[in-house]
Design a binder for this molecule. Structure first.
Ligand code: CIR
Length: 259
């Protein structure tokens, strides 16, 4: 069984951090309905969803991916690059402690989970406006004893590494080559997004399905042509906050609880 940790949409989401998008009016109720449908998609894909309560004083707290990295062996609470997001970490640490031993990225390093792409035992981390060399080095020190390699990957034009590349199927990455070097991911086969849909490289692989935004039909056709099974979700309100599908959950295999 896979666990998916999610958190409800903050009443303050309209005050979210924005880097590459202009601020637009947001409908919180619509965002919440979309988020509930996303949680349903996670359940259909085989997850047990641990849905945490909304934090109304933390606008970006629905984007739980950025504050936690969970491996089979250990969980890492990050130190987000955006100062406004740092208080989110104290709310996730006790939740993770139910599942894994927990460690922390410490100041002055910064790391956002949205920059962390794990492909088997290889971990790629975006050198972004949010994650720095210090944070990446701390992550490397935590995970190397478990046999993971950590490779820093330059990105440009986007918020996080996973805005530019995600795992679409075992051995397959979905890439926007304008934002990251499509050849940076070892022997993984790259499916390129349709250039008319620059935000289309973020899909969430759970089991044998790719949870994927309804707003990218051209790239979806490319994925389906590559044999990938799509579970479509409408996340248009969350996209206004520069959110996508990986960022709204932390998914990992269930193991026996620590005693
Ligand atoms: C932020 O700028 O931090 C949020 N408004 C969006 C975070 C999206 N996170 C992600 O894609 N991992």
């Amino acid at each position: 069984m896979q666990i998916a940790i999610t958190r409800g949409v903050s009443a303050a989401i309209a005050a979210c951090e924005l880097t590459h998008l202009e601020r637009q009016a947001m409908d919180v109720e619509r965002a919440r309905a979309q988020h509930r449908a996303y949680e349903e998609a996670l359940r259909r894909a085989g997850c047990r969803v641990e849905s945490l309560p909304a934090l109304d004083d933390l606008p970006d707290s629905v984007f739980v991916e950025d504050v936690a990295i969970v491996l089979d062996e250990i969980a890492i609470v990050t130190r987000p690059g955006a100062e406004s997001r740092r208080p989110e970490t104290e709310h996730i640490a006790p939740v993770l402690a139910d599942y894994r031993r927990v460690t922390f990225i410490r100041a002055p390093g910064t790391l956002d989970g949205g920059d962390v792409l794990r492909l088997g035992r290889r971990i790629f981390v975006g050198l972004s406006g949010r994650s720095d060399e210090q944070g990446i080095e701390q992550l490397r020190a935590v995970v190397w004893p478990y046999g993971y390699t950590v490779t820093a990957v330059p990105i440009s034009g986007c918020l996080h590494l996973k805005s530019a590349v995600t795992e679409a199927a075992p051995g397959v990455v979905l890439v926007n080559p304008a934002w990251v070097d499509a050849l940076a991911f070892g022997d993984a086969r790259a499916v390129e997004i349709d250039a008319a849909e620059p935000y289309a490289a973020n899909g969430l692989l759970v089991g044998s399905r790719l949870i994927y935004p309804a707003s990218f039909p051209r790239t979806r056709a490319r994925l389906e042509a590559a044999g990938i099974v799509i579970e479509s979700v409408d996340v248009s309100e969350l996209q206004k906050a520069e959110g996508a599908v990986t960022c709204c959950s932390v998914v990992f295999p269930e193991q026996e609880r620590r005693g």
